[in-house]
Write a protein that binds this ligand. Structure first.
Ligand code: NAD
Length: 263
């Protein structure tokens, strides 16, 4: 299937590692020009070099802390400057810390609100007029299975990712007449550095090996394995494509069957 992504311009946020990197890589492989971003150029430069070597499209990077409005403004401005237009936005971010509810300080709530929810609102506000003028756009938000089934000790995800779902559905209806689609991708346990580090931390606390901990994560997953970041990348590339032109306002779970609900 030709996804029709050749020559499209994309921003993928939080894309130096993990799921964000995999989404950026799939888009680059399919012929997109991609703006990468994360807080630190040391992590971005090798990723950009690798994609340029492997895929030959226009790959750019920009240092951006998604918690900060002026960073996001600068990121979007630079993307318009280098690409001329923005067709696709993949809104990804760093994962919030895990804890019991009463242990979070107000700053934790504020940071999670700004990084998880407000960054999506801010980027959308900066790109949507141009997408309307071009009569084309794809906005894809990386959320989590927590939008279907809350996970204990991840209340910041349980709360703010659901807010994204409300935002995305409302936005999807507003911009549908302009051929702009807005969808959410909700990954389950996916083997990235974040999940690996989580296993190492739990290994330290429990005395079990990190392999045992990673194995224990798979026990509630009917497929009995963790997801691969590139599997999320493939779904995102399809939603970004011209082939997904009639899918909007949806949340698509990619979790090996982990979520227990019917819909
Ligand atoms: P990861 O830690 O492997 O990568 C996170 C990326 O975000 C890195 O590139 C990092 O540099 C960047 N980042 C972190 N804070 C940032 C900030 N303030 N500004 C800009 N960039 C920032 O994480 P991952 O596992 O790929 O997860 C990505 C997202 O998907 C997270 O929000 C996570 O909660 C969510 N998620 C992950 C899983 C999973 O199992 N891996 C499952 C569901 C949801």
């Amino acid at each position: 299937m030709d996804l029709g992504l050749q020559g499209k311009n994309a921003i993928v946020t939080a894309s130096s590692k993990g799921i964000g990197k995999a989404c950026a890589e799939t888009l680059a492989r399919e012929g997109c020009n991609v703006m990468l971003c994360s807080r630190n150029s040391i992590n971005l430069i090798p990723v950009a070099d690798e994609f340029i070597r492997n895929y030959g499209t226009n790959i750019q990077w920009f240092e951006c802390d998604l918690k900060k409005a002026d960073h996001i403004e600068a990121l979007v401005k630079e993307t318009f400057r280098v690409f001329g237009s923005i067709d696709i936005v993949v809104n990804n971010c760093g994962g919030p810390p895990s804890n019991f509810i009463l242990n979070y300080k107000e700053d934790d709530w504020d940071n999670a609100y700004r990084e998880i929810l407000l960054s999506v609102v801010r980027i959308t506000n900066l790109v949507i007029d141009s997408m309307r003028e071009n009569n084309f756009g794809r906005i894809i938000n990386i959320t989590s299975v927590t939008v279907k089934q809350p996970i204990q000790r991840l209340v910041l995800s349980n709360v703010f990712r659901n807010a994204i779902v409300g935002f995305a559905k409302t936005l999807a209806n507003e911009v549908a007449p302009f051929n702009i689609t807005v969808n959410n991708v909700a990954p389950g346990y996916t083997l990235t550095k974040r999940v690996y580090d989580l296993a190492v931390e739990q290994s330290r606390l429990t005395g079990k090996s990190h392999e045992e901990i990673l194995h224990s994560f798979t026990q509630d997953i009917p497929m009995k394995r963790l997801g691969k970041p590139e599997e999320v990348g493939d779904l995102v590339a399809f939603l970004a494509s011209v082939r997904a032109s009639y899918i909007t306002g949806q949340t698509i779970v990619i979790d090996g069957g982990y979520v227990k609900s019917l819909i």
